[in-house]
Design a protein around this ligand. Structure first.
Ligand code: ADP
Ligand code: XUL
Length: 537
């Protein structure tokens, strides 16, 4: 058992900001005592990012700056020193980062990390270690050709998905590496190590090349979920000599090292342990308390996302879902829909409603909507892949405001259920989060369609909280006092969640509605999906 009062720091380097959550542990329980965030655009304007992304003439290209991420790390420690925290009690740190982004380093990086000078700012010491000044990130969609080439060379999309958990995706690291190796062969040849954002930042903290965990490694199209090692057919298909440039791999619970002299001297920090970092989705899984199969998370944000732990890495034959490693040592499935809050807002605004009016419309209409259906593809959809935007309606009067409100919510909820079936999980509880989880009527539809309790989880930054919980869990395991994940979650002091219970009769009705929806989706998808055929909203 760690000393009472031990502090655990979780960092989250997301697309737009760097956040930090500090947990204080006491008597087997732990609570957040600090939650801060700095926006890259505002705190570090000299990099010229917009929403964390560097300007580029090609809209398909999305890149950011590794030097900026490093400077943010330095700055967040300076801000932490201004908080009322006794950082001498810092026992361990872990982190979470936007997934898929890659950082390219030359042969001097290992020594450079080990000999950072605490008297000098970090960015000027990092820039000479980079073989590519920019890092492609997850919003990049420029690698279509590379995806197809890798799939072909690795024996097809299904084979790639069976091994790595996903078919080739533009934003995944392998296709990004291939594009760099092809277009800038000299810079690629000068690259000694390719880190993900997570392992790059962990390397800065420990002063040596840090390993990758299965959570983030699975976002590369290079990692074999069955062997937890690199899958050589994909590595070979991606770029020449790539194997030697990849980081080491380690379980999520591993300690990557101790905080290096740079941090201890510059920020007067103790010799805290640094646990391996992970991606933001695996970290959020922990932050939302999802640690066993049967628990699902639904995030109703800009996009809608459904995710949950899986004991074994079952893969989506439909080709839209992903499997990543989970910090528990098991796996997680995740499916992302682009038509989330923006689609709900389109309907709300079209009928001139407020959110209260939107909720009243849900109250005023019967579950099942008298059979009226909508396909909510207001913008191009990724699940299923639909290139031509436009909502599709069946037995639904476009002028009936209330019925359209119910139709969009039922459609999105049924789509969440249908497109997470591949995870093959017997759902017993859904943890809902994101802006639209504030809406009780939406949560009722969610409970009825899934036939499960819905708990509204209110966490500030789920990824940073998850990272702090991972630091605590890894520290205890490393100290020979390992605790189960269920106890780590149970020990967290939080406001009790609001629980919405399913209505049995509605559940039966939604079973039938799901079948009809699936049929409508199939028909419309075959007729217009992915093709240039517009159906107006
Ligand atoms: P992000 O993905 O940017 O983190 P959030 O999770 O913060 O997004 O969600 C923001 C969205 O929440 C807003 O765009 C809005 O559409 C939605 N929202 C806020 N309140 C409600 C409500 N009462 N009912 C439905 N949606 C809501
Ligand atoms: C996941 C993905 C995003 C990033 C954003 O596949 O691309 O969720 O991790 O931070």
């Amino acid at each position: 058992m760690a000393a009472d009062g031990a502090l655990y720091l979780g960092l989250d380097s997301s697309t737009q900001s760097l956040s930090a959550v500090v947990l204080e542990a006491s008597g087997g329980r732990h609570r957040a005592v600090c939650d801060i965030s700095l926006s890259f655009d505002e705190a570090l304007p000299h990099y010229g990012t917009r929403h964390g992304v560097l300007p580029h003439t090609d809209p398909a290209v999305a890149q950011s700056s590794p030097a900026m991420w490093a400077e943010a790390l330095d700055l967040v420690f300076a801000r932490l020193r201004e908080q009322r925290l006794d950082l001498r009690r810092l026992a361990a740190i872990s982190g979470s980062a936007q997934q898929h982004g890659s950082v390219y380093l030359n042969g001097g990086a290992g020594r450079g990390f080990a000999t950072l000078d605490p008297a000098r700012p970090l960015p000027v010491q990092i820039v000479p270690l980079l073989s590519r000044s920019v890092a492609p990130i997850w919003m990049d969609s420029s690698t279509q050709a590379e995806c197809r080439e890798i799939e072909a060379a690795a024996g097809g999309a299904s084979r790639l998905a069976r091994h790595t958990g996903s078919r080739a995706f533009e934003r995944f690291t392998g296709p990004q590496v291939r594009r760099f190796a092809t277009r800038e062969p000299a810079a690629y040849a000068a690259t000694d190590r390719i880190h993900l954002v997570s392992s790059f930042l962990a390397s800065l903290l420990v002063g040596t090349h840090a390993p990758l965990d299965p959570g983030d490694a699975a976002g590369m199209n290079l990692f074999d979920l069955a062997t937890l090692d690199w899958w050589m057919p994909a590595v070979t298909a991606t770029a020449p000599g790539l194997r030697a440039k990849l980081p080491a791999l380690a379980p999520s619970v591993a300690i990557a090292g101790g905080l290096s002299t740079y941090w201890r001297t510059r920020h007067r920090l103790p010799d805290a342990k640094v646990a391996v970092w992970s991606g933001d989705n695996p970290s959020s899984l922990i932050g939302l308390g999802l640690v066993r199969e049967g628990q699902l998370g639904v995030s109703l944000g800009t996009s809608d996302t459904i995710f949950g732990p899986m004991r074994t890495p079952r893969v989506d034959a439909g080709g839209t879902g992903h499997v990543f490693g989970a910090p528990t040592g098991e796996f997680m499935g995740i499916t992302v829909f682009s038509n989330g809050s923006l689609a709900r807002e389109r309907v709300r605004d079209r009928y001139g409603l407020t959110w209260e009016g939107f909720s009243s419309a849900l109250d005023a209409t019967p579950p099942g909507n008298d059979g009226a259906l909508m396909l909510p593809w207001f913008t191009p959809e990724i699940t299923p892949v639909v290139a031509t935007p436009g909502a599709r309606r069946d037995r639904l009067d476009e002028h009936d405001a209330a019925a359209n409100v119910r139709a969009v919510v039922e459609a999105q909820t049924i789509a969440l259920a249908l497109h997470s079936q591949w995870m093959d999980v017997a759902v017993d509880v859904v943890h809902a989060t994101g802006g639209a989880a504030a809406n009780r009527q939406i949560l009722q539809v969610l409970a009825d369609v899934f036939g499960a309790d819905v708990r509204r989880v209110e966490v500030g930054n789920a990824a940073a909280l998850g990272a702090a919980l991972r630091a605590l869990h890894a520290d205890r395991a490393d100290s020979g006092a390992a605790i189960d994940w269920a106890d780590v979650i149970a020990g967290l002091e939080q406001t009790p969640p609001e629980v919405v219970r399913p209505n049995r009769a509605h559940r039966e009705m939604y079973r039938a509605q799901r079948v009809r929806y699936a049929e409508f989706e199939r028909k419309e998808y075959a007729r217009t999906g992915g093709e240039e055929r517009s159906v107006h909203s």
